[in-house]
Design a protein around this ligand. Structure first.
Ligand SMILES: NC(=O)c1ccc[n+]([C@@H]2O[C@H](COP(=O)([O-])OP(=O)(O)OC[C@H]3O[C@@H](n4cnc5c(N)ncnc54)[C@H](OP(=O)(O)O)[C@@H]3O)[C@@H](O)[C@H]2O)c1
Length: 354
């Protein structure tokens, strides 16, 4: 039985769900794949829980509970990410997996160190893949990197694209609704809810980031488009992707409560756009599209009742799936699905590369 040490950076929604899934699935994973994950480190932004021989289930679940209560995962001084990887190596773990389930910029030196010492890397955090092409290029098609959860949560979007590329099926177009939050807001507007109220509801339900502008800016969707485009062979930069922000520049610097009040100024424009679409049998959706090296992210009328009008689908139009695109569907978003995608990547790495 292979023992694979795992270092997890990030203990938020996805990190906590991953820890629970590792604990719950340990025996099944071991039986099916002949490998056992030993979580040697779990970190948040302030602290690190470390055990060279692997943290037991009780310690992992206690860390989840501490985060649920708003505490840090551990007490005491936190070593740097690179020091944590080195501590695992010094403990005798020559190969292992580093998981980035943070949402921060600047993890590249950590990922580079992990890869340089022969560790595998699993990403749910999109930022390293969506940085400038010059630095991000090396992460695409690296044999020791997996990133299924960066697009589509738990749906096998990346695996499908990789398969299409492997069998030389030319990619013409990838299209989908890639934000659960913006999908919710559009769905509410279908039923006549004003934009500003839909934004407030999404925030109250915990669907948005604490500052809803992070979702409304479209930047997270832009990163997903960039990852898909880059995989498909179009090395797009941020400046090459047309992104429609769902708030105007004058609302950018307001406090969150002031923004939530001021965003009502956009209600009438949005109502008109929804009504115009509906008059033509369409609904307004926040659609991400990659075609011929071009990326576009923004509101678009799509036929009511079509696959694209539902949040659940991402479609691939390719040489072989031209007149009838290949659809990936089913529930994708949410921390449990995302964590499952991360766990699947860890198993794949353990089986194939480590
Ligand atoms: N939520 C989803 O459904 C979903 C879907 C697809 C992809 N993703 C991606 O998955 C990632 C995680 O999402 P999430 O919802 O779990 O985010 P989150 O709840 O904000 O959690 C982020 C975690 O990262 C920790 N962190 C920040 N800097 C760190 C560092 N330098 N080292 C170690 N940990 C650090 C934070 O620590 P503190 O607890 O101390 O703040 C927090 O525990 C994001 O990149 C997100 O875009 C999420």
């Amino acid at each position: 039985m292979k023992q694979i040490p795992v270092i997890i950076f990030g203990a938020g929604g996805v990190g906590a769900a991953l820890l629970r899934q590792i604990v719950d699935g340990r025996n099944g994973v071991a039986t099916r794949n002949q490998c056992r994950f030993e979580v040697v480190a779990v970190t948040d932004s302030q602290s690190c829980l470390f055990a060279a021989e692997g943290l037991d289930d009780a310690a992992l679940l206690a860390a989840v509970e501490r985060k649920r209560q708003g505490m840090t995962v551990a007490e005491g001084v936190r070593p740097s990410e690179i020091e944590i990887i080195d501590q695992a190596r010094q403990a005798g773990w020559e190969k292992g997996i580093v998981v980035d389930v943070t949402a921060v910029d600047g993890m590249e030196p950590v990922l580079d160190h992990a890869l340089a010492v022969g560790y595998g890397v699993v990403l749910a955090n999109k930022k390293a893949l969506a940085g400038p092409w010059q630095t991000a290029q090396k992460y695409f098609n690296h044999s020791h990197i997996r990133h299924e959860s960066t697009v589509g949560g738990g749906q096998p979007v990346i695996a499908t694209l990789r398969y299409l590329l492997d069998v030389n099926d030319p990619i013409y177009q990838i299209e989908g609704q890639m934000s659960g939050t913006l999908g919710f807001i559009c769905g509410q507007m279908d039923g006549g809810v004003p934009f500003s109220r839909a934004v407030r509801e999404a925030k109250a339900l915990g669907y948005t980031e604490p500052d809803p502008r992070e979702d409304l800016s479209g930047k997270d969707v832009m990163r997903k488009v960039m990852i898909l485009a880059r995989m498909a062979g179009w090395p797009l930069e941020e400046a090459n992707i047309e992104v429609e922000s769902l708030y105007t520049p004058e609302l950018a610097d307001l406090s969150v409560p002031d923004f939530l009040d001021a965003v009502a100024a956009l209600d009438e424009t949005m109502r008109l756009r929804v009504a115009t679409a509906q008059m033509e049998g369409m609904v307004l959706r926040y659609v991400a599209e990659v075609e011929n090296g071009r990326g576009v992210v923004g509101l678009k009328p799509v036929p009511a009742g079509s696959a694209l009008s539902s949040l659940k689908y991402i479609s691939f139009r390719t040489g072989r799936y031209d007149d009838e695109p290949l659809l990936i569907g089913g529930k994708g978003a949410g921390v449990e699905m995302t964590a499952a995608g991360v766990l699947g990547d860890m198993i794949d790495l353990a089986r194939e590369e480590l």
